[in-house]
Design a protein around this ligand. Structure first.
Ligand code: PMP
Length: 359
């Protein structure tokens, strides 16, 4: 069996050690004679798996008891609606910053449930920059301020945290667990699992407890944070297998030395790829240098007519899923935690060869 290197933006690469352990435990979880997939979510076994996963996640990110951690379904996209329904009144103003395709989707959905003020936008630079904080037009009375710390499609990442009187809400889908963060600066953090957390099907919400209990009466029960918190995310059947596998990923991250170690590795991986792209004279990345994502690295070839050959050759070389998002074209290498440094080295070698042959 030869495993390829997977640069998919999500569902993304999983740590090999986690896949091996899952295989080992698939038929018979720790001598209990059944698979995790077959356990009641209310069984002692599953509750212990769930509790341990939450404890490890809290430890990795340094999450205090002031916050609830919710293990939900519906993807980050459901949170685009859940956030205004739980945190804002129908007539409330909510501030959003528009730095790309995911911000836009969040804004569009929130506009159905509250009065959105787009406090800043980088659309005028085709989403290759982050608007300077002193240009943000924040509302005096916003129910919250929402931003997207890492735009998965554009490859634009904040390396600073906005200051806000209103609770700060962050879509961390494609940056969570890639480096340490100060959770205390946030009112709410959410992330779809299928990048740095685990398999698709799970969505994690970290919410400050004083923000619970304010959902509008019309909020669907399944989107109500208070309901999820009161029921330990088991109001209904949770995605048990994804929760278990995410727990294995958290153990793996701890064994790597936690998020400080991941940041060192992730910076090294991203810096070498950007350095090669910038110096190549054949590939280019349009994002302002200070805001280049550590996780999602888009690039274009000197001639878009070569894209097909580039992707075919990459696939043949065992380098998968390098095609850019359909909305922007070009290429994108997603280099999440589970993508090893050797994968980036192999990609750069392939890019060098391709440029030499086609430049
Ligand atoms: N926000 C960001 C930043 C994303 O990258 C994605 C998925 N690529 C989403 C939201 C949507 O996530 P989901 O598919 O889990 O709804």
């Amino acid at each position: 069996m030869a495993r390829c290197y997977n640069f998919c933006a999500g569902p993304a690469a999983m740590p090999e050690a986690v896949l091996r352990q899952a295989k080992e435990e698939l038929m018979d979880w720790r001598g209990r004679g059944l698979s995790v997939m077959e356990m009641s979510h209310r069984s002692d076994e599953m509750v212990s798996i769930a509790t341990e996963a939450e404890a490890d996640f809290r430890e990795l990110l340094g999450i205090s008891d002031d916050y609830a951690v919710l293990f939900l379904q519906g993807g980050a996209s459901s949170q685009f609606a859940a956030i205004p329904l739980n945190l804002a009144e129908e007539n409330s103003v909510v501030d959003y910053v528009n730095t790309g395709q995911w911000s836009k989707k969040a804004i569009k959905e929130a506009s159905r449930y509250a009065k959105v003020n787009v406090a800043a936008s980088s659309e005028d630079t085709n989403f290759t920059t982050i608007p300077a904080f002193d240009s943000w037009q924040l509302s005096d009375n916003a129910a919250y301020l929402h931003y997207t710390p890492n735009e998965t499609i554009g490859g634009v990442e904040y390396f600073w945290t906005p200051e806000s009187r209103a609770p700060l809400v962050a879509d961390m889908s494609s940056t969570i667990l890639s480096r340490p963060i100060d959770v205390d600066k946030f009112g709410l953090i959410y992330a779809g699992a299928q990048k740095n957390i685990g398999p698709a099907g799970l969505t994690i919400v970290v919410v400050r407890k004083d923000l619970l209990g304010k959902a509008r009466a019309i909020t669907p029960t399944m989107l109500n944070y208070q309901t999820a918190a009161e029921n330990d995310s088991m109001y209904n059947t949770p995605p048990t297998m994804a929760w278990y596998l995410s727990g294995l990923v958290f153990k793996w991250l701890k064994a790597q030395g936690g998020l400080q170690s991941m940041e060192v590795i992730n910076r090294r991986k991203a810096e070498k790829l950007y350095a090669y792209i910038d110096g190549s004279g054949f590939y280019s990345n349009p994002v302002e240098v200070a805001s280049r994502s550590l996780m999602n690295i888009p690039f274009v070839l000197a001639d878009a007519k070569l894209d097909k050959a580039f992707l075919q050759g990459a696939d043949d070389a065992g380098l998968l899923n390098l095609k850019g998002h359909r909305s922007v074209g070009g290429m994108r290498a997603s280099v999440y935690n589970a993508v090893p440094e050797e994968a980036v080295d192999a990609l750069i070698d392939y890019m060098k060869d391709f440029a030499r042959e086609n430049g």
